[in-house]
Design a protein around this ligand. Structure first.
Ligand SMILES: [Fe+2]
Length: 343
């Protein structure tokens, strides 16, 4: 099975200890299997959680878009981006020697417009200023609609993608470009769908399998997004996971949401629901390249979730990571489906 390609370059040396070189995202050997790390998507409340449980957080995922101010296309040459030094310094102090992953929401890779190479360069610079990212993940959504008023104006909503050969071709080209600019392995995250998609050439897991097997990216599997899509009329979680190649999965997101006006949303407002834990505990031990499990919550809901709530979630994630490790090592990640092997 193909690994993530080097795009003709040697891997960038990583100054901080990443859980495993992402070039190992291929057929596993016993020595390549490591315990997935447990961590959080960074937000302004993360320091409070870590003040009483720093050891529970083994890595941080960071939205690089929050670490750089984009002043727009019309800025003078070389002055489009500003890097807020106090914020970068605070994050560098918080991370200490923990690995950092970049989780971007701004490149809109499936859009028909060209890759914003300057923004990709700015993301790379954020990583360099923070001491290095292990990988860069992006969303399998259209964020920037074609023919917007401004070249890079965001649509305000993560739009779904047509899963067809045309989109595959477009993505393969842009993923290769992005890998060349950043020097980082790239992951794509499955979207949360608010309505079922019709008349697709292929289903979403098949689409992601194609990108993984052609060596263009790994998968950031957001299990709560699967629940969102299922509850809004999309593919059942179990059927999705029976089709997705477990070897493609390098990172997993856990989160919780709520129903708003009849639509179940990925609001990151709750702890991970039981239905998501069920599939996580069944599927993740079959993912031999899983490097990280991350919990996402929105800081505006922190008063409801609470620091103790986040820490209890992290403790459960550690138990899951331990069970994955044991399953990986004893069975070299036996094949899915769920019924095949308990973790
Ligand atoms: Fe996510």
């Amino acid at each position: 099975m193909a690994g993530i390609p080097s795009a003709g370059e040697e891997s960038v040396p990583l100054p901080h200890p990443c859980p495993e070189p992402m070039s190992a995202l291929s057929a596993p050997t016993r020595s390549s299997l490591t315990r997935p790390s447990v961590g959080l998507l960074f937000n302004p409340t993360t320091p409070e959680v870590m003040a009483d449980g720093a050891d529970l957080v083994e890595h941080l995922s960071v939205n690089p878009g929050q670490m750089v101010h984009d002043l727009g296309d019309h800025s003078p040459v070389g002055e489009r981006f500003a890097f807020p030094a106090p914020l970068l310094e605070a994050l560098a102090n918080l991370r200490q020697d923990k690995p950092l992953n970049a989780h971007s929401f701004s490149l809109s890779l499936p859009s028909a417009s060209p890759l914003d190479e300057a923004l990709a360069g700015a993301i790379t610079e954020v990583g360099e200023r923070l001491g290095g990212f292990c990988w860069l993940s992006e969303h399998l959504n259209v964020i920037i609609p074609p023919q917007g008023v401004e070249r890079h104006s965001e649509g305000g909503l993560a739009l779904p993608v047509a899963y067809n050969e045309e989109t595959l071709t477009l993505l393969r080209h842009k993923l290769t470009q992005l890998r060349q600019i950043t020097g980082l392995p790239i992951l794509l995250e499955n979207p949360a769908l608010l309505t079922p998609l019709q008349e697709l050439e292929m289903e979403e897991p098949t689409f992601l399998n194609h990108l993984y097997r052609s060596g263009h990216c790994g998968v950031l599997l957001d299990l709560h997004n699967l629940l969102v899509s299922e509850r809004n009329g999309g593919m059942a979680m179990e059927r999705y996971l029976e089709q997705l190649d477990p070897a493609a999965v390098a990172e997993v997101h856990l989160a919780g949401g709520e129903e708003i006006y009849g639509v179940y949303t990925d609001s990151h407002s709750q702890l991970t629901p039981a239905a998501v834990w069920t599939v996580a505990e069944a599927f993740l031990p079959h993912c031999p390249n899983l490097k990280a499990i991350s919990f996402e919550y929105n800081d505006t809901y922190f008063a409801c979730i609470g620091s103790a709530g986040v820490r209890s979630e992290l403790e459960r994630m550690h138990r899951l990571a331990d069970r994955c490790t044991q399953a990986h090592r004893t069975a070299l990640a036996a094949p899915y489906p769920i019924a095949a092997s308990p973790c």
